[in-house]
Design a protein around this ligand. Structure first.
Ligand SMILES: [Cu+2]
Length: 121
């Protein structure tokens, strides 16, 4: 019985930690119905990066708009949360060669980036 209580406590704690983490990742700016707007920090340098990042994100079904700023490195993306999850957007950005705070591009993908787009030191 004690073991069961301990197990349930661990499960409850784990669940709460997960909830807190996803809350901090999903910084919702304004929620209108099912469409949410989120700011995601994305590594990159230039206009080519901007095109690549925005193209990758806009290609996802459920994404309404995406705009990345090369100075602030922030991507502002609006999407229908019933169709696409924040994590999928992070994964698509990483697959295009750009790091976010929760998804990193593979070395293979990163190495294929144009010289001026290489943002890792
Ligand atoms: Cu670039």
């Amino acid at each position: 019985m004690k073991k069961l209580v301990l197990l349930l406590t661990i499960l409850a704690l784990t669940f709460n930690v997960n909830k807190l983490q996803s809350k901090s990742v999903m910084k919702s700016l304004a929620d209108i119905g099912d469409v949410v707007t989120e700011e995601i920090k994305v590594s990159g340098n230039c206009g080519m990066c901007k095109d690549r990042i925005e193209k990758a994100v806009k290609a996802i079904k459920g994404v309404d708009s995406a705009s990345w700023d090369s100075k602030t490195k922030m991507l502002i993306v609006s999407y229908d949360k019933t169709i696409v999850k924040s994590e999928e957007i992070h994964q698509a950005i990483a697959a295009a060669g750009h790091d976010t705070e929760i998804a990193k591009a593979s070395n293979k993908t990163y190495n294929k980036l144009h010289g001026c787009c290489k943002y890792r030191q």
